[in-house]
Write a protein that binds this ligand. Structure first.
Ligand code: MG
Length: 170
């Protein structure tokens, strides 16, 4: 019997490096929003840690292989890939497994840039990628109080939890 609920947790971290000609960082993209910043993620794909954590939460909830297994970072097809591709595929697998997304809640931890002006658009982008209403998606931002690598602006971290409900279709 299909369990009526499933919960998933996702986590991601990317190193942040200068993204001018002196550093290997990519443009700073989070939740599908490109934000002006002098550092960006070091990554094979576009390095969108928020979309990666959401994707892994969804995959984890249905017991699917994780994002690194589905989209290996040594696969040239995913070089500079828009991470919305991963999100959309995870949502497709969730529906295929017979579940709908009840809600998801993500926490982004980084020292800079300021996320608050962009959070609404991140929610919009995630909801669109998952094909759910925006009120099912929440994005919170925190700093790391200048402590450790995240607090020194050397990395960005994201946690996400998601609750799925059985649709009765599987
Ligand atoms: Mg990642």
């Amino acid at each position: 019997m299909t369990p009526p609920y499933r919960i998933g947790h996702g986590y991601d971290l990317h190193r942040l490096e200068p993204n001018d000609e002196h550093g290997p960082g990519r443009p700073f993209v989070l939740g599908g929003v490109e934000i002006e910043h002098d550092r960006g993620p070091v990554a094979h794909s576009d390095g969108d840690a928020l979309l990666h954590a959401v994707t892994d939460a969804l995959l984890g909830a249905i017991g699917a292989p994780d994002i690194g297994q589905l989209f290996p970072n040594d696969d040239p097809r995913h070089e500079s890939e828009d991470s919305r591709v991963f999100l959309v595929e995870a949502a497709r697998r969730v529906r295929e497994a017979g579940y709908a997304i009840e809600n998801l809640d993500a926490t982004v931890i980084c020292e800079a840039p300021k996320l608050s002006p962009h959070k609404h658009l991140m929610r919009t982008n995630i909801a669109a990628g998952l094909d759910v209403p925006e009120d099912r998606v929440n994005v919170k931002g925190k700093t790391h109080e200048r402590v450790d690598a995240v607090g020194r602006n050397e990395a960005i971290e994201v946690h996400c939890v998601v609750l799925l409900v059985a649709t009765g279709d599987a």
